[in-house]
Design a protein around this ligand. Sequence first.
Ligand code: GDP
Length: 265
Amino acid sequence: ARASPPLAALSQVLRLERSRRTAVVFPLQKLERYLAPGTDTARFRLFQPGLAALQRAEALFRSDRGHPIDYVSSAVRMDHAPPPALPEVCFIGRSNVGKSSLIRALFSLAPEVEIRVSKTPGHTKKMNFFKVGKYFTLVDMPGYGYRAPQDFVEMVEAYLQERHNLKRTFLLVDGVVGLQKTDHIAVEMLEEFGIPYVMVLTKIDRASRGLLLKNVLEIQEFVKENTQGCFPQLFLVSSVEFSGVHLLRCFVAHVTGNLPTLEAH
Ligand code: GDP
């Protein structure tokens, strides 16, 4: 079993001094004060849970005997997918965007969960299903590339179109390089299917503050002008420093209906 990384638990984050703590829990808010005065920051704070909600979400992601968190199965076709019994979320993104690192970070309080990665070129790409107790399932979709094979495209499209228990799709975008051509293709697909999704900016520890701000503002503008189904607030994460991971756990708990009352801040 892996040991949990530092800051994987809120109890560790709460020991940090205030400004560090904000940076870890609400990385987007941390950027606010570097914006030009008068910039509309309403979109930075649409989802702003209090400590109780963050703790409730963390409890969901912490496994114990009465609350197992397990890898369930892999599927290459929809008829191999487990029955759609629970609310579900899925994570998609380009290969190398940091998807497996993020899923590992989300599940770091359930160290027995094995995050499988098949990166061998030519190896069949699969959808991996994880079950979080009796509360929800999380799907790790295969990473897409510029020249995704047709059978892969068909699998992802079929999943997104047919999966009736899918509550939200998390589209991962590299926070250092911003939206790429393949990300635009993913956005077009999600928009065409009319399903709700969220953009998650990864690897934010690698971007300078200036670059991160630029990417955040550009992507926010893109979302505002060009999308219908995308949640207006971006989620920023670093799987290395653990920033944004607690908030993302909380949002997953929220969209799967597992935060009955969301305390406003
Ligand atoms: P995947 O192909 O989307 O599953 O990407 P991985 O999770 O394997 O990450 C791709 C590369 O980016 C690896 O070298 C990771 O170590 C690195 N990486 C992933 N997440 C982060 C992050 O939050 N910060 C930094 N600095 N590197 C990251």
